[in-house]
Write a protein that binds this ligand. Structure first.
Ligand SMILES: [Zn+2]
Length: 472
């Protein structure tokens, strides 16, 4: 095993595994081929649910699933704090990371984990919002990131933001960091306003390749190339969207007083439901239980609502918890119960058909077996991903995964989303993973990246990680 001294971590936000592979095989990512994949490895990896920026970063920053970091979406409602009248003006009643509240991301994530920036005190950060532990001086865009994100969101010049990220990264090479996390926004932003195969999107992949070339050439000139580990990864893929489901209007039409962003004052205290959308192909749906907000509603208590959602063409999978706290998963293909036993094994019991269309999924498996058995399907690792999400006290009473082509937010999105992510579907969940080190052959989850990086840089692994070290 090579002795790496530092790591360059590049987040190609929104990159699809299949598009990345196609460009790689066509020779359109020459620097990534030469400096990363040829000396190292390329894998498709399974991300997390919701497959959305923010939650899908927790595997890389904390080595844990978002549900276990109490980070269930880019928008959420905390039913316990929401209902507590003594906490009417608490800043943790609800959240949207779109806008100024992004500055709460670091303090919202649970603290029973070790941030990669805490593992590497000499670390740098560029355009990444989940940066707990990085020194203020080393977070190169802590204050300017909102400006760059707004520019990227409302103008078509995300190319300039990605070029800025490259300039800052090359400049930071002189600081001799152990670890640098840099985010490139072009693929995600251009996909949202066009589609995932648009030329502006493809150019964004190439721009990342040119960045690898610039960085590797500089390190080579300084004799530091061999001791530097390169990691290129994504957090989710995207698919084109032709229709938007008004999940908010759907709940209001059923008589609910539904809390939603951006108009948080509409039901600031009296909501009995909530529609908090991420991606926008995923939604945390909150339903006040017959006993109030103090507990979750059970799947059985929401039976009619579940059926109503599943009658909608836009809704693919609905999940919640039953009286015993087990996950209940339903789709037009069938229904199942899933839970993790005290022995840590994954239990997957079909009630009727199979909600993911799996063929012969074992009833009891290890977590890695659950990954292997579903890796090549249209819903990779879906059962484990639903269970981890529902462990978050801030997760919805129901979680919705949209059918491809649709998303779950009809209003308040400017510019309109023409592509979406966030669901359990393969095209949202499969991400490219290129690393300049050899790996074992087993299937990869994005939570495996954190322990693999620490191991390759000779750092001990903290307890309680959700992934495994894949280095050989
Ligand atoms: Zn996005």
């Amino acid at each position: 095993m090579k002795d790496f001294k530092s790591c360059i971590f590049l987040m190609a936000d929104g990159a699809r595994a299949d598009v990345f592979e196609e460009l790689l095989n066509a020779g359109d990512l020459p620097a990534i081929s030469r400096y990363v994949v040829e000396p190292g490895a390329y894998r498709g990896a399974v991300s997390v649910f919701p497959s959305t920026t923010g939650p899908a970063y927790t595997p890389y920053v904390f080595g844990k699933y978002p549900g276990r970091c109490n980070f269930p979406g880019i928008r959420w409602l905390d039913r316990r704090i929401y209902a507590d009248r003594r906490k009417l003006f608490s800043f943790r009643r609800f959240r949207s990371y779109i806008g100024l509240e992004t500055y709460f991301m670091n303090s919202d994530a649970s603290t029973d984990n070790t941030s990669i920036f805490e593992v590497f005190p000499r670390s740098g950060n560029i355009l990444n919002e989940l940066s707990r532990g990085v020194k203020l001086t080393n977070d190169k865009t802590r204050f300017s990131k909102l400006y760059h994100k707004v520019k990227s969101h409302f103008t078509d010049r995300t190319d300039e933001v990605d070029l800025l990220a490259r300039r800052l990264l090359v400049k930071e090479l002189g600081a001799m960091h152990d670890f640098i996390f840099t985010v490139f926004l072009g693929i995600d932003t251009y996909s949202h306003v066009n589609h995932p195969f648009h030329r502006d999107v493809i150019d964004s992949y190439r721009r990342i390749d040119e960045t690898v070339d610039a960085v590797a050439s500089r390190l080579k000139a300084e004799g530091r190339l061999d001791e530097t580990l390169f990691v290129i990864i994504s957090d989710h893929g995207l698919t084109q969207t032709h229709s938007h489901f008004d999940s908010l209007g759907f709940l209001n039409a059923r008589g609910y007083k539904t809390f939603y962003y951006p108009n948080v004052f509409r039901h600031f205290v009296n909501a009995d439901a909530g529609s908090l959308v991420s991606g926008n192909a995923m939604a945390n749906i909150y339903i006040k239980s017959p006993d109030g907000w103090g507990r979750r509603s059970t799947f059985a208590e929401m039976k009619q609502l579940v059926e109503d959602f599943l009658e909608r063409p836009e809704v693919d999978v609905v999940a919640g918890t039953d009286e015993e706290g087990k996950a209940r998963i339903k789709s037009a293909r069938g229904e199942a119960t899933a839970w993790i036993g005290e022995d840590g094994r994954v239990n997957y019991r079909k009630v009727s058909g199979d909600p993911f269309g799996y063929n012969g999924m074992p009833e009891s498996m290890t977590s890695r077996e659950a990954l292997s058995a579903s890796f090549g399907t249209e819903y990779p690792d879906a059962a484990v991903q639903i269970m981890q999400l529902l462990e978050s006290p801030r997760a919805g009473d129901l979680v919705l995964s949209a059918r491809l082509g649709y998303d779950l937010r009809a209003y308040h999105e400017n510019p309109e989303h023409r592509s979406s992510h966030g669901s359990l579907a393969r095209d949202h969940m499969m991400v490219p993973f290129a690393i300049s080190a050899r790996l074992t052959d087993e299937p990869v989850r994005t939570v495996d990246v954190y322990p693999t990086i620490l191991s390759l840089l000779g750092r001990p692994l903290p307890d309680g990680l959700d992934g495994i070290d894949l280095s050989v």
